[in-house]
Design a protein around this ligand. Structure first.
Ligand code: ATP
Ligand code: MG
Length: 415
């Protein structure tokens, strides 16, 4: 099957010219270049995807060096893996030397040797990701599909390429559910059976790799679909017994999205996913997923705030009291609680902190107080604190209000 017409319609012309150019340079060295993986799958489905992965039969690093020198690209190469990234102004291209993989033991990173395009395709996760399109002049546009991925795409099936696939690399369980939900596909019957059989193999996977796949899921339009399925299958439970994927998560993820803060969305989902954990379970969870420091802080704070929510639910709280209850916590954790809580009072208090209280500043600082004759030292500290509290509670508004209060406080303190 030849896809020349589809490629030309699908890829933006700038990108098309670029990959054709790379393919020409490869040909001069007797190498061949193919489009592979997600872009081929999405082109056949008619979904946009301009994250291009190219496989090179030959030497991807050497080819990328040449391409970078000839064009306006920045090169990031990994000689050991035979991979390279070419960064252009508007996009990046990933190039990889075709490779063959063997697994020394389940869950281990594979032993890699260089191979043919077919070797490279049959080591992949699912048939729908194991297709390539040739960019070489001799067979330009030819679909290479050794695992019948196109049939599976048409039938809406997620299929692994050999029975030990999930056990070799159990991250494929998470990946499979992600694609299944993204495309509304089914698992092919044997794949479904093996997936269930191999859920315990998740124990062989490092924390970083599991977390990375969860973050891959968090990039989905509606990640709660995959999270729910992972919950139903017992995958979340295997990662941590307290994680659930029930309707609560769906509702909260939806609320998180409606805030329209794309940069914070992934860590926010992560905090919401952690929300059912108790404070005592948190260390084990963070260690299992090797969560980096900043995100760990946000998760810990999320659960600490949750533990103190009764205090935050008192309707009579003054703004300054809200401020001092929350000022030591990560804003992301406060936001997660604002989404998670069912109490409208708590929510109001958390939002007040996030939108207003945390930005409050007094007009007068130490220098101005000195000019008013208040000596530096503990006394000034007390005045500054009292000023701040009064400002939070709206008891002083203007600079002259602050001056008046500072002077009267000083008199009181001197008495
Ligand atoms: P997405 O649209 O989700 O990014 P993608 O196909 O581009 O889909 P990536 O995670 O970017 O997925 O990976 C690129 C390709 O690498 C996949 O298409 C797949 O063929 C292969 N791949 C990724 N992870 C694995 C894995 N764990 N085992 C085997 N092949 C994998
Ligand atoms: Mg991708």
């Amino acid at each position: 099957m030849n896809l020349t017409r589809q490629i030309e319609q699908y890829l933006p012309s700038q990108l098309l010219e670029l990959v054709q150019n790379i393919s020409r340079q490869a040909a001069e060295q007797g190498q061949r270049v193919y489009l592979v993986g997600g872009v081929v799958r999405d082109m056949l489905l008619g979904y946009p995807n301009f994250d291009l992965d190219l496989v090179v039969e030959g030497d991807a690093v050497k080819l990328s060096q040449q391409v970078a020198e000839a064009g306006q690209a920045r090169l990031l190469a990994h000689h050991r893996f035979g991979t390279a990234k070419l960064k252009y102004q508007n996009f990046t291209l990933d190039l990889a030397t075709a490779r063959k993989e063997t697994y020394a033991r389940p869950g281990a990173l594979p032993t890699v040797t260089f191979g043919t395009l077919k070797d490279d395709l049959i080591r992949r996760d699912f048939s729908i990701n194991a297709m390539a399109v040739s960019l070489a002049r001799e067979d330009y546009g030819q679909l290479i599909d050794p695992c019948q991925g196109k049939d599976d795409l048409e039938q809406g099936l997620i299929r692994i390429l050999h029975p030990e696939s999930f056990s070799d690399d159990a991250t494929r369980i998470l990946r499979g559910v992600c694609y299944q939900q993204r495309f509304g596909f089914e698992f092919e019957a044997q794949t479904a059976q093996l997936l269930k059989r191999d859920i315990p193999m998740l124990d062989t996977i490092s924390g970083d790799r599991i977390r990375h796949e969860l973050e891959h899921i968090f990039e989905e339009e509606r990640p709660e679909l995959a999270i729910k399925r992972l919950g139903d299958l017992g995958v979340l439970h295997r990662i941590n017994p307290f994680l659930t994927g029930d309707g609560w998560i769906a509702d909260k993820f939806d609320k998180a999205r409606r805030l329209k803060k794309p940069n914070q969305l992934s860590p926010l989902y992560f905090c919401l996913l952690s929300y059912p954990l108790g404070e005592r379970d948190i260390d084990q969870f963070l260690a299992r997923l090797n969560v980096p420091a900043k995100l760990s802080r946000a998760v810990r704070d999320t659960l600490r705030i949750k533990a103190g929510l009764t205090l935050l639910g008192r309707p009579s709280l003054k703004p300054s009291e809200i401020y001092y209850l929350l000022c030591g916590y990560e804003p992301l954790a406060i936001l997660a609680n604002a989404i998670a809580t069912e109490s409208s009072t708590v929510q109001r208090h958390l939002q007040l902190f996030l939108t207003k209280l945390r930005y409050v500043k007094t007009s007068l600082g130490g220098e101005e107080l000195k000019a008013l004759g208040i000596p530096a030292g503990p006394q000034m500290g007390k005045v500054l604190q009292a000023l701040y509290k009064a400002k939070l509670d709206g008891e002083v508004r203007t600079r002259s209000d602050e001056k008046k209060l500072a002077l009267s406080l000083t008199l009181k303190l001197e008495r």
